[in-house]
Design a protein around this ligand. Structure first.
Ligand code: VGL
Ligand code: ZN
Length: 291
């Protein structure tokens, strides 16, 4: 779970795929939570700029009446028409002056989902000595997927910033993840900045009782259960929650109790993510006992 400021290396590039108004809520082809990738990507952009790592931003840039539009027999509503307001990058995305824009989807005879598809991007990255790309943006199951697969085909290491992408459909997103993983892509979740002082205390107060902060590096709680079966059920549900949240708690199952340890994974201290996971674990424990 990397902190962008520690994760980026000299031969990396940050590749932001199609974070455009039309793919965000309120746009022509809205993706649920599409705008939520913006603050996460802004942190990666800021870190990339400071590290001297190139920032590239692709954009879907269709001629009017593009063959991918339903009116032309394609599968998508009219979106990202060249120079239209909806084709602009999300206004909250803080692209640096130095950002390299990769334009795609301009062909009349077929669609281009991948930012590498006849754009010359692979050659540009090679020229810049890039061996590894961090990829986020929209949509996880369409253009992000195609871009990640092409990055791998071109021999680049590819890391999907898992919390900086959203799919058109949840099933599509799950399938895309399988495809990308099979192609050798890695997945990482952005580590939030460590929490300190008053902020830490506020999150702490919001949590149910029973949690202990240990060494400011992990949270610990023991959940009592009337029998082994219920304790076991809880560990299974916690496992599912952990997978869904890409979190890695320790789960210690003993007779009549489960001890959950939430590690921050970072020397910097606990982050908001860790507290959110703790709150969700409390919800999961309550949900189970009422069944
Ligand atoms: C995209 C659908 C149609 C994308 C582009 O950027 O993921 N999706 N065109
Ligand atoms: Zn398109």
């Amino acid at each position: 779970m990397p902190d962008p400021r520690q994760a980026l290396q000299a031969d990396d590039a940050l590749l932001i795929v199609d974070v455009q108004i039309d793919f965000c809520p309120g746009g022509a082809l809205p993706i649920a939570g599409g705008d939520e990738v913006v603050p996460v990507l802004n942190r990666w952009v800021a870190a990339a700029v400071d590290a001297g790592v190139p920032v590239l931003a692709s954009r879907d840039w269709h001629p009017s009446h593009h063959l991918s539009f339903t009116e032309s027999g394609g599968e998508w509503p009219v979106h990202c028409v060249q120079d239209s307001p909806g084709a602009r990058f999300h206004p909250g995305l803080r692209l640096p002056e130095s950002a390299i824009v990769v334009t795609k989807g301009v062909r009349f005879d077929r669609d281009q989902y991948s930012a590498f598809d006849e754009t010359g991007l692979a050659a540009e990255l090679q020229k810049r000595g890039v061996h590894r790309v961090w990829i986020g943006g929209l949509a996880q199951d369409v253009c992000v997927r195609a871009t990640v697969l092409d990055a791998r085909r071109h021999g680049l290491d590819a890391i999907v910033i898992a919390d900086a992408t959203r799919p058109v459909t949840a099933e599509g997103g799950a399938r895309a993840n399988d495809d990308m993983r099979q192609a050798g892509a890695r997945f990482e979740t952005t580590q939030g900045p460590p929490l300190k002082g008053a902020e830490l205390e506020r999150l702490w107060r919001d949590l149910n009782s029973g949690w202990r902060v240990v060494d400011e590096h992990h949270l610990e709680k023991e959940y009592p259960f009337p029998d082994f079966r219920e304790a076991l059920d809880f560990t299974v549900r916690i496992g599912e929650l952990a997978e869904a949240q890409d979190h890695h708690p320790d789960v210690y199952l003993a007779w009549g109790k489960v001890r959950l340890t939430i590690w921050t994974h970072r020397v910097g201290g606990l982050t908001e993510r860790d507290f959110i996971f703790a709150a969700k674990a409390d919800q999961v424990s309550v949900a189970g006992s009422s069944r």
